[in-house]
Design a binder for this molecule. Structure first.
Ligand code: PLP
Length: 544
């Protein structure tokens, strides 16, 4: 691919969050880590990609557990002295007031250039708008989306960058399309033609298979905060409907949309079927950056055809040492270790395995399994926090068998997806668009044990590289159905294989690495983007 890079379109990739490195915490979870992995894979392949995002000076949230077992949030000020000052400032209007956005450059993490907007400047009335990711009121969110979308396009113009393709990763960025329409209209192009023209250069990725998860805004608020950007109600309604749905806007502002796994492609097509003049939705499954997530020793042993157990046990011991350091508790390196670490969103059902005591308690007391959990709930998500508190109270009851690690981040994610034996995943199907931690786990030879949702619906070869449970069931009593299926698979397949067929287990570890590295790498994903999303946009520069 790199040989022909001069012929390849330049892509500006907009995203609200980027997870490039644990010490650069401008991300919350999977969306940001995906965006970070994408920028790194694009860099590895020599592709002409540029990232556009926001410099969240206080990051997302740091979340710990208090004495009563309940999660609480701590915010911190970070220093980003590794960023480069581009010297560029652009202006946007928020609530009829000019707001200056300073543009920083981050290119320190083996990634292509990432430009970050920052309004924490003395001349701005609301410098806190770019402090905390996914915090604040509905109006704040709109303002942040003005900074990302409208400010992002203006930053590219000021930097002299002329993208061939504008990629909106999730609906947060769609106001960039409104800015591009405004540019055309200011040159005398009629609204309908301007929309038709900018669409040709925009592609969109949708991530949320739950209607309620797709952000929408009342037109009153959009207009008040300044998202109309010179357009009128009729024009804005034509793009996003009323109320203004950010995903609908993404579908109508783009020439093509991708969902993030094959099953999600089906779900998204059903979900958005009724949207007129939407771009076609294809599926391009997510991938993860091998250089970031795969342990080099596992990689080496795999490529040499050497024994995987040695390097795996090293990774497991590294995780157990971290557990000891954080919690003072000691797990046994020879006992099967199941891991579950994700955003504590209730649809992911982090506590599912604990819900029937008659099933889980004997496995713990007989020493057949150990469990390690981690995950942050959104600071305002009481249901998510409640789920965390249930896991924490279980961990209190079984101190040397069940662990909860506080303040889940990329660093813990890396230790966990290298050091467990089995990676558990049990979202309510079909609510997990893709999921990527299981891909990281697979690259390190962990065996996935998961419901057939997201990427696992296509990645699973049952009994070959891991196991599925629940047979893809969707419907009433899904929790009970999946819980029974989970324990049937655990008791009849996972536990016996681990303790009595270590040879087969190691064979499966190898298969797990093969499937994850060959089919679910960010390298494969960026190549798919170039072939299926960005193709035929060469030279058709639509920059103003
Ligand atoms: C990989 C990763 C995620 C995404 O994992 P899912 O399986 O999609 O939930 C979230 N947070 C962190 C810190 C990660 O490293």
């Amino acid at each position: 691919m790199s040989a022909t890079k001069n012929l390849l379109p330049t892509v500006a990739y907009f995203c609200m969050e980027f997870g490039l490195h644990p010490d650069f915490p401008i991300y919350s979870g999977g969306l940001g880590v995906l965006a970070g992995d994408y920028l790194k894979a694009a860099h590895d392949e020599g592709l002409p990609v540029i990232g556009v995002g926001i410099l969240w000076r206080k990051g997302y949230t740091n979340q710990y557990i208090n004495d009563t077992g309940w999660p609480y949030d701590v915010s911190r000020d970070y220093s980003f002295d590794f960023l480069k000052d581009t010297g560029v400032k652009v202006e946007v209007q928020i609530k009829n007031t000019p707001v200056t956005c300073k543009v920083w450059l981050a290119d320190n993490f083996g990634n292509v250039p990432l430009y970050l907007l920052d309004v924490d400047l003395p001349e701005n009335k609301e410098p806190w708008l770019t402090h905390s990711l996914y915090r604040g009121s509905g109006d704040d969110r709109i303002a942040q989306e003005i900074i990302l979308g409208i400010g992002g396009v203006r930053a590219l113009r000021a930097l002299g960058i002329k993208p061939d393709v504008y990629h909106f990763n999730e609906g947060h960025a769609v106001l960039a399309g409104i800015e591009m329409i405004r540019e055309k209209m200011s040159q005398g192009v009629a609204f309908t033609d301007a929309l038709a023209q900018v669409r040709k250069g925009i592609v969109f990725t949708t991530h949320t298979p739950v209607p309620a998860g797709n952000e929408s805004h009342h037109h009153g608020a959009l207009s008040y905060v300044g998202a109309y950007n010179g357009l009128n109600y009729e024009q804005m309604k034509k793009i996003g409907g009323d109320p203004f749905n950010m995903t609908v806007a993404g579908l109508r502002l783009s020439s093509i949309t991708n969902a993030v796994a094959a099953l999600h492609g089906e779900t998204a097509n059903k979900m958005w079927h009724g949207v007129s003049e939407a771009s076609p939705i294809i599926a391009i499954t997510n991938g993860v950056h091998q250089g970031t997530w795969q342990d080099p020793e596992i990689d080496r042993a795999y490529r040499m055809g050497n024994d995987l157990w040695g390097p795996h046990l090293e990774n497991k011991k590294r995780l157990l040492a971290k557990i000891k350091e954080e919690t003072g508790r000691t797990l046994d390196p020879d006992t099967l270790l199941l891991g579950f670490a994700r955003r504590a969103a209730t649809y992911k059902r982090g506590d599912l395995i604990l819900r029937d005591r008659s099933k889980i308690v004997p496995l713990l007391t007989e020493g057949k399994v150990q469990l390690v959990f981690s995950g942050k709930a959104h600071p305002q998500d009481e249901g998510g926090k409640d789920m965390v508190s249930r896991i924490v109270s279980f961990a209190k009851e079984f101190p040397d068998r069940v662990i909860f690690l506080q303040n889940y981040d990329m660093r813990l994610g890396q230790l966990l997806t290298r050091g467990c034996d089995v990676w558990l995943n049990n979202p309510v199907r079909p609510m997990e668009a893709s999921g990527t931690s299981g891909m990281k786990a697979g690259m390190n030879g962990l065996l996935n044990l998961s419901t057939l949702d997201g990427w696992w619906a296509e990645g699973c070869r049952h009994g070959f590289n891991g196991w599925q449970f629940g047979d893809g069931y969707e419907g009433p009593n899904q929790d009970e159905h999946d819980l029974n299926a989970l324990f049937a698979t655990l008791n009849n397949q996972v536990i016996p294989t681990y303790y009595h067929q270590r040879q087969l287990w190691q064979e499966m570890m190898k298969n797990s690495i093969t499937v994850a590295t060959e089919e679910f790498s960010a390298r494969r994903m960026v190549c798919d983007y170039y072939e299926k999303l960005y193709a035929e946009k060469d030279g058709e520069s639509i920059s103003a």
